[in-house]
Design a protein. Structure first.
Length: 331
C-alpha cells in the first residue's frame, strides 16, 4: 500500500512534468534578464551622473566660477567612501546585497553633488522669473494659494510644526527607503528609485533654470516666516553673484517644478505594495505634500509640474529597463 502511494506521487503525467520544468526555466530566465537589466541600469545611472559632472566642470571653466575645495572634497568623500566599502563587499564575496545597496546610496550622494553645482551654474543664464505666470495658472485652475496658506495656519502650532518637520524629512526618507529596498533584496525597485531620481533631478535643474521663480510667498507679498529664506540666494545665483560655490552653503534654487513633490511620489512608487512600509510611506508623504505649498513656498502648479515629471520618469525607466516577465506558454 505504501509503495503504491509512492508510485502514485512520482508517476506524474508527462505534460505536468513538462509544465513544471518550463515554469522553472522561465523563472530562471526572468531572473537572468532582471540581473542584466539591473547591471545595465546601474551603468546608465553612473553615465548620467558622470555626464552631469563633466558638464559641471565645463561650466566652471567657461564661467570662471570657483569651487570651495574643502567642502567639495568633503562632499565627494562620502560617495567615494561608500563605493570603496561596496567594492570590498563585492570583491570579497561577503555580501553582494550590501555592496549593491551601498553603491546605490553612493549614486544618490554623487547626484546631490553634481546636481547642486549644475543648478547654480545653469540659473546664471538669467532667464526672467515666471512667478506671475504661475500665479495666473493657479488662478485659472481655481486654486487660491493665499486662502490655503491661511487655512494651514489655522490648524495650530503643533500640526504646523509637524508639517514643517515632515517637509524637512525628505532626504532622510530617501536614504531610509533606499537602504530598506537594498537590504531586503528589492534590487529592481532600488534601481528604479535611483534612476528616476537622476532623471527627475536633471529635469528639475534644467526647467528651473529656464523658468526660474521665487516662490509663492514672494509672489503674493506674504510674510514667509523664514519658509522662503532661499529667495535671496536664488536672486544672487540668478545674477551670477555667488562665487565661489561652497557645497556647505548651497541650497535649493528651484521652485518650479517642485522637487519635494517628486521625492514624495517616487518614495510612494518605490514602496508601493510592501507590507507595513508602503502604507506608512503613503501616509507620511500625503501629509508632507499637504504642507509643500506653504513650507516649500510652492505654487500649486509647481506640484503639478513635479507630478508630471515624476510620471514621465517612471514611465521612461520602466520602458527602458524593466525586463518583461516571461511565461512558459509563450516560450
Amino acid at each position: 500500500m505504501r509503495r503504491s502511494r509512492i508510485v502514485a506521487r512520482t508517476a506524474m503525467p508527462s505534460f505536468v512534468q513538462g509544465t513544471s520544468a518550463d515554469q522553472v526555466q522561465a523563472r530562471s530566465a526572468h531572473r537572468q534578464d532582471s540581473a542584466r537589466q539591473e547591471r545595465r541600469s546601474a551603468a546608465v545611472v553612473w553615465l548620467m551622473i558622470g555626464g552631469i559632472g563633466v558638464l559641471d566642470v565645463a561650466g566652471l571653466v567657461v564661467t570662471g566660477v570657483r569651487m570651495a575645495p574643502g567642502s567639495l572634497l568633503l562632499y565627494l568623500s562620502v560617495p567615494l567612501g561608500l563605493l570603496g566599502i561596496a567594492a570590498f563587499y563585492r570583491a570579497s564575496g561577503r555580501s553582494r546585497r550590501i555592496a549593491g545597496t551601498l553603491a546605490a546610496v553612493a549614486q544618490l550622494f554623487a547626484l546631490g553633488v553634481v546636481g547642486s553645482i549644475a543648478s547654480y551654474l545653469l540659473i546664471r543664464i538669467e532667464r526672467p522669473f515666471v512667478d506671475d505666470a504661475l500665479v495666473w495658472l493657479d488662478t485659472m485652475a481655481g486654486l487660491d494659494w493665499p486662502a490655503y496658506c491661511r487655512f494651514i495656519q489655522t490648524l495650530g502650532i503643533w500640526p504646523n510644526r509637524g508639517l514643517e518637520l515632515l517637509y524637512a524629512s525628505s532626504v532622510v526618507q530617501i536614504m531610509a527607503v533606499a537602504m530598506l529596498l537594498g537590504f531586503t533584496a528589492r534590487s529592481a525597485r532600488l534601481a528604479e528609485l535611483v534612476g528616476c531620481f537622476v532623471v527627475t533631478a536633471g529635469g528639475v535643474v534644467v526647467v528651473g533654470a529656464l523658468l526660474p521663480a521665487l516662490g509663492a510667498h514672494h509672489a503674493y507679498g506674504i510674510a514667509d516666516g523664514g519658509e522662503a529664506a532661499f529667495v535671496p540666494e536664488i536672486i544672487a545665483a540668478h545674477g551670477g553673484r555667488v562665487d565661489p560655490l561652497d557645497m556647505v552653503r548651497m541650497t535649493g534654487l528651484v521652485t518650479f517644478p517642485s522637487f519635494h513633490t517628486v521625492i514624495s511620489l517616487l518614495l510612494i512608487v518605490a514602496t508601493w505594495g510592501i507590507r507595513w512600509v508602503g502604507p506608512v510611506v503613503i501616509l507620511v508623504n500625503a501629509a508632507l505634500l499637504a504642507g509643500v505649498p506653504v513650507y516649500g513656498s510652492h505654487h500649486f502648479v509647481d506640484m503639478l509640474g513635479g507630478a508630471a515629471l515624476t510620471a514621465l520618469a517612471v514611465w521612461l525607466w520602466r520602458r527602458l529597463f524593466v525586463a518583461p516577465r516571461r511565461h512558459p506558454c509563450t516560450e
